[in-house]
Design a protein around this ligand. Structure first.
Ligand SMILES: [Zn+2]
Length: 155
């Protein structure tokens, strides 16, 4: 296992059969990114691009991804930030932290799922949301797996 130091962007329409290490595949068609886990374990990490999941910034050469990537569903439990294509390692999380992060993520998504409950003019909603988004690392949930399966033609 050798750690990947950086991820080079590759924009694709559909995801390739083989995920090369050191490449961050981006499919705007599917609104998703995929890369081999930066720890070198061979795990494939899928990051959905949605306002509630990950976002990317492309500067013409490199990609930055926010928030951090927490691979809690992989045995390695890698946690890192992709900053201008560079892998910046972040601390491992305990089971308790992971559970809390997942609960927060779920709560956020559920509250977003019922927008009718939200008053139209809520002055500081954008600010507080940004604060929440910056805090927890997002993780690759099992529910994402079927998306990968679709790309690779499995069921
Ligand atoms: Zn790994």
């Amino acid at each position: 296992m050798s750690r990947v130091k950086q991820l080079d962007p590759r924009f694709v329409e559909t995801m390739p059969d083989t995920i090369e290490p050191g490449i961050l595949y981006v499919s705007l068609e599917y609104g998703s990114m995929i890369h081999g886990c930066a720890c070198g374990c061979g795990g494939e990490v899928v990051l959905p691009l949605t306002p509630l999941d990950w976002s990317l910034r492309y500067d013409g050469e490199t990609i930055s991804v926010w928030p951090s990537v927490g691979n809690w569903s992989l045995p390695c439990r890698s946690h890192y930030i992709i900053d201008k294509g560079q892998i910046r390692w972040a601390g491992a999380w305990t089971d308790k932290q992971i559970a809390a992060g997942r609960a927060l993520d779920l709560a956020r998504k559920q509250s977003r799922a019922a927008p009718a409950m939200k008053p139209a003019q809520e002055a500081d909603s954008a600010v507080s949301e940004t604060t929440v988004r910056a805090a927890p690392p997002r993780s690759c949930f099992d529910g994402i797996r079927h998306r990968v399966a679709r790309w690779f033609g499995r069921t």
